[in-house]
Design a protein around this ligand. Structure first.
Ligand code: UD1
Length: 347
C-alpha cells in the first residue's frame, strides 16, 4: 500500500479551481476531504475527479460558515494536516448588490477555519487571493511588493480583509503557517475534459462567455471597451492555466507541511507574466480551435481594471513553480470542456 502524504481539507473543492487542485493533490499522493455547500457547483464533479485520478475524494456537503458542521467535520476526519480554502463567493457584480452575503461567506468561512486550525493542530492553510488586491496597478508587471489599492468591490474587499485577518492571526502567535496565493485570471480546463468551469446562469467571466458563444448558446460576445490606453484599446489580463495554478497549491501545501521555509506567512503572485488583451485572446481562441467567436465592441464595464499582469518571478524562484501550459493549449482545453458539456447535454 502506498503511504499517503497527509490529509488535506479542500473547502470549495467541487468548484472550478478547487476541483483541479483536488486532482493534483491526489495525483501527488495526498488524501483529500472536500467540504462544499454546492452553491455554485454540483456532485457530478466528484465523478470527474474519480475518472481522472481513479480515486474518489471524501465529500462533506456543508457550509463553511456553519461552525457546528465544520467542527463535526474535524471530529470525523481526524488528522487534517493542511487546508486549502477556496470556499468563497466570487462574482464581482453580485458582491456590489449583496455585500453582506459576501462579507459573511468569505470572512466567516476563513475565521471558522483559522479557529479550528488552532484547535485541531492543522499545520498550514493556503488562501485563494486575487490580483484584485492591486486594483489598477501603477506599474506592470505587478510584483508582490506593489501597493494594495482601495478595493473597488465588496468581493475585492473580502480578499484584502481575509489577507489581513490571516496576517493578524499568524502575528498573534498562531501555531500554523499560511501561504497566500494571488491569482491573476484562471482559465482553461483539465486536459481530459472531465472537469472544468461551470458557471451558473449567464457567465460573467470572459472565457465561459466566449466558449458558450462559440458553441452557439450565446449570440455574441460583448467586448467591454476598446478605448483603453492599451495597444488595441481592449483590457489586458494575465490568463493563467487552471492546472498550472492547481499545481502551485500542491507545492504550497508541501512547503508548509514539510517546513521548507522558516516564514510563517508568505504571499505569491500566480500568473504567466504575459499580458494579453481581450481582443488578442479572442483571436488566439479562433486560431487555436478554428472556431469563430461572433463578437462586438460595447461600452466599458464598470469597475474593470485597464491592464494588469503578473511578475511571477518570486513564485518561480522561491516555489520552483512556473506556468507551463501555452495559451493555445489552454484555450483548446476550455473548448474541449465546452464540447464535453454539450455531448452530455448539460449545456
Ligand atoms: C474579475 C476580478 C477578479 C476575480 C475574477 C473572477 C477584479 C478587478 N477582477 O476579474 O479578482 O478573481 O473576476 O471572478 O475584481 N470581458 C469582456 N466581455 C465579457 C466578459 C469579460 O470583454 O463578456 C473582459 C473584461 O472587461 C475584462 C476581461 O474580459 O477586461 C476579463 O474579465 P473577467 O473574466 O470578468 O475577469 P476580471 O474582471 O479580470
Amino acid at each position: 500500500m502506498i503511504m499517503k502524504k497527509g490529509l488535506i481539507l479542500v473547502t470549495g473543492g467541487t468548484g472550478y479551481i478547487g476541483s483541479h487542485t483536488v486532482v493534483e493533490l491526489q495525483n501527488s499522493g495526498y488524501e483529500v476531504v472536500i467540504v462544499d455547500n454546492l452553491s455554485n457547483s454540483n456532485r457530478d464533479v466528484l465523478d470527474g475527479i474519480e475518472r481522472i485520478t481513479g480515486q474518489r475524494p471524501a465529500f462533506v456537503e456543508a457550509d463553511c460558515t456553519d461552525m457546528g458542521a465544520m467542527r463535526e467535520l474535524f471530529e470525523t476526519y481526524k488528522g487534517i494536516s493542511g487546508i486549502i480554502n477556496f470556499a468563497a463567493s466570487k462574482a464581482v457584480g453580485e458582491s456590489v448588490q449583496k455585500p453582506i452575503l459576501y462579507y459573511r461567506n468569505n470572512l466567516n468561512t476563513l475565521m471558522n477555519l483559522l479557529d479550528l486550525m488552532g484547535e485541531y493542530n492543522v499545520k498550514g492553510i493556503v488562501f485563494s487571493s486575487s490580483c484584485t488586491v492591486y486594483g489598477e496597478p501603477d506599474e506592470n508587471p505587478v510584483t508582490e511588493a506593489a501597493p494594495i489599492k482601495v478595493a473597488t468591490s465588496p468581493y475585492g474587499n473580502t480578499k484584502q480583509i481575509c489577507e489581513e485577518i490571516i496576517t493578524d492571526v499568524i502575528n498573534s502567535g498562531a501555531p500554523f503557517k499560511s501561504i497566500i496565493l494571488r491569482y491573476f485570471n484562471p482559465v482553461g480546463a483539465h486536459p481530459s475534459a472531465e472537469i472544468g468551469e461551470l458557471p451558473n446562469g449567464i457567465p460573467q467571466n470572459l472565457i465561459p462567455f466566449l466558449t458558450q458563444t462559440a458553441i452557439g448558446i450565446r449570440k455574441e460576445l460583448s467586448v467591454f471597451g476598446d478605448d483603453y490606453n492599451t495597444p488595441d484599446g481592449s483590457c489586458i489580463r494575465d490568463f493563467i492555466n487552471v492546472v498550472d495554478l492547481a499545481k502551485a497549491h500542491v507545492i504550497a501545501i508541501e512547503r508548509m507541511l514539510e517546513d521548507k521555509s522558516e516564514e510563517k506567512i508568505e504571499t505569491f503572485n500566480l500568473g504567466t507574466g504575459i499580458g494579453l488583451s481581450v481582443k488578442e485572446l479572442i483571436s488566439a481562441f479562433e486560431r487555436a480551435t478554428g472556431v469563430k467567436v461572433p463578437h462586438k465592441i460595447v461600452g466599458r464595464r464598470v469597475g474593470d481594471i485597464e491592464k494588469v499582469w503578473a511578475n511571477p518571478e518570486y513564485a518561480n524562484n522561491v516555489l520552483g513553480w512556473k506556468a507551463e501550459v501555452s495559451i493555445e493549449d489552454t484555450l483548446r482545453s476550455a473548448w474541449a470542456w465546452q464540447c464535453r458539456l454539450r455531448e452530455r447535454g448539460i449545456m
